[in-house]
Design a binder for this molecule. Structure first.
Ligand code: FE2
Length: 396
C-alpha cells in the first residue's frame, strides 16, 4: 500500500464482464490485506490464475533458533558469506523470532517465480541493480532502495548487474509493513513534515509483456516452501488498479530531522510492522547546541533487540569496534550499549555525519541462525573493554 495506482486497461466497473477483442473473458483477481477489510488491488489476467497442475515440498533451512546465550552483543560480517544462487533460494537466515526473519544474500543469478504467503517482505538493496518483475509489472531497483513486497505478490528478481547484495526482512507477525501511522492522514495521504511522501515512492512503471505457457512458483508458508506448477504464467496481466502493489523508496530520499541536542532513534522511523520497526540513519548535520555531545549516550533497550546494518559512511561512534561496510550489529535487550572509547571526544568538533545505516528494532528477543555463527566477529563483545584498557575473561 501507499496510494492509488493504475496500470494498463481495467474495466469501468469492478466485477463486470471484461472481454478480449475475440470475445473471450479476462479473469479478475483481487489481492487484498486483512481479508476483504483493508487495501486491495484488482488484476485482470488473460488466463485464470488458479490452475495448478502439481505441488511439491522444497527443502529449505528452518527459522533461526539458536538462543543468544550467554547474552552478548553480536557483530556479523555479511560480506564473508559465500555468494549464493539467487535472491530467493540463496538467503542466509541470520536472525529471527516469531515476528520476522532477517536474511542476507549475495545473489549472482536471477531468481525464479516466488511469493511469500506468510507476510510482507522488505528488501534493502545494499549494492547492484535489478528489476522486480511481478504480476503488477516492472519495478526497477538500485542500491539504497527499500523494496516492500506485499504478502502473496508473485514476483521474481531479474539482475541488471553482475550481482546483487540484499538485506531481507520477512515479516511473520501478522499485519503488514507500512509507513508509520503518524506520517499519514486518516485517509492515507502523507502529511507535510513526513520524512518522505508519495513523490518519493515508486511503484511498478510498466506492465510486463504477456508471458504464456506453464510456470513454476515457489510459495513460502509458515511451515516450509511449496513449489506449485501452474498451467498459465502469472505474468499475463493486461491491467490492474488499487493500493496493494510492490514499491520502492530510496534511503537517500529519506529526509532526516536534526536538533539542537541528540534525538533518539525513533526520530528516524521509516516503516512499522507488528513486532518491529525499521529506521534510517542517513547523512545529516550533527546537533548544533554549543555544548552538544554528538555521539549517542549509552542506552539499554529495555523492550527491544536492536539490529543495525551498516551500509555507507564512516560510523564515527563505532571507531575501534571492527564495524565496517556490510556489518550487522545486534545489541540485545539486557545489554547496555553505547559508543566506543574516545568517540565522544572526537565527536565534539564534528559538524555532520556521512553514515548510512538501516536499523531494525524488534520487540521480542532474536534467535540466531546457523549462518550467523560462521561470520561472527568473536572479539566484538569485548571491544569496549579493550578500548578502556580492561582484561577480558570472555564468554563462559
Ligand atoms: Fe542503540
Amino acid at each position: 500500500m501507499v496510494y492509488y495506482q493504475r496500470l494498463g486497461t481495467v474495466p469501468p466497473k469492478r466485477h463486470t464482464q471484461f472481454r478480449k477483442p475475440d470475445g473471450e473473458f479476462y479473469y479478475e483477481q483481487m489481492q487484498g490485506e486483512e481479508g476483504f477489510a483493508w487495501n486491495q488491488s484488482f488484476l485482470y489476467h488473460q488466463n485464470p490464475p488458479t490452475v495448478i497442475t502439481g505441488a511439491e515440498s522444497v527443502d529449505q533451512a528452518g527459522p533461526p533458533s539458536v538462543a543468544n546465550e550467554p547474552l552478548l552483543p553480536r557483530h556479523l560480517r555479511t560480506h564473508e558469506l559465500a555468494p549464493a544462487t539467487d535472491a530467493v533460494l540463496g538467503r542466509h537466515r541470520l536472525m529471527g523470532n516469531s515476528d520476522l526473519t532477517i536474511s542476507y544474500v549475495h545473489a549472482t543469478e536471477s531468481s525464479g517465480l516466488y511469493r511469500n504467503a506468510v507476510g510482507d517482505e522488505l528488501v534493502y538493496v545494499e549494492a547492484g541493480g535489478a528489476v522486480v518483475e511481478s504480476s503488477f509489472g516492472e519495478l526497477e531497483v538500485r542500491a539504497g532502495d527499500y523494496v516492500v513486497i506485499p504478502t502473496s505478490t508473485t514476483h521474481q528478481w531479474r539482475l541488471t548487474s553482475e550481482s546483487l547484495r540484499l538485506l531481507i526482512v520477512e515479516s511473520s507477525g501478522g499485519g503488514h509493513i507500512r509507513p508509520p501511522k503518524r506520517f499519514m492522514s486518516p485517509l492515507g495521504q502523507f502529511l507535510d513534515g513526513s520524512p518522505y511522501n508519495e513523490r518519493d515512492v515508486r511503484g511498478p512503471s510498466r506492465l510486463i509483456e504477456t508471458r504464456t505457457g506453464p510456470a513454476d512458483v515457489l510459495v513460502r508458508t509458515r511451515t516450509g516452501v511449496t513449489r506449485y506448477s501452474y498451467a498459465f504464467h502469472p505474468f499475463d496481466v493486461v491491467g490492474w488498479d488499487g493500493y496493494n502493489y510492490p514499491y520502492a523508496l530510496n534511503i537517500a530520499d529519506y529526509m532526516p530531522s536534526t536538533g539542537a541536542l541528540h534525538l533518539p532513534p525513533p526520530t528516524y522511523i521509516t516503516f512499522e510492522a507488528p513486532g518491529f520497526v525499521i529506521c534510517s540513519f542517513v547523512p545529516r548535520m550533527f546537533d548544533y547546541h554549543p555544548e552538544a555531545v554528538k555521539v549517542p549516550y549509552a542506552h539499554a533497550n529495555v523492550d527491544s533487540d536492536e539490529v543495525l546494518f551498516y551500509t555507507g559512511g564512516d560510523f564515527m561512534s563505532r571507531a575501534g569496534s571492527g564495524i565496517d561496510q556490510g556489518s550487522i550489529s545486534l545489541h540485545p535487550a539486557g545489554y547496555i550499549h553505547g559508543p566506543q572509547a574516545g568517540s565522544l571526544e572526537k565527536s565534539l568538533s564534528a559538524e555532520r555525519t556521512e553514515e548510512t545505516a538501516v536499523m531494525i528494532d524488534t520487540f521480542r528477543p532474536l534467535f540466531l541462525g546457523e549462518a550467523a555463527a560462521g561470520i561472527e566477529d568473536a572479539d566484538y563483545p569485548w571491544s569496549w573493554a579493550h578500548g578502556w584498557g580492561q582484561d577480558v575473561t570472555g564468554a563462559r
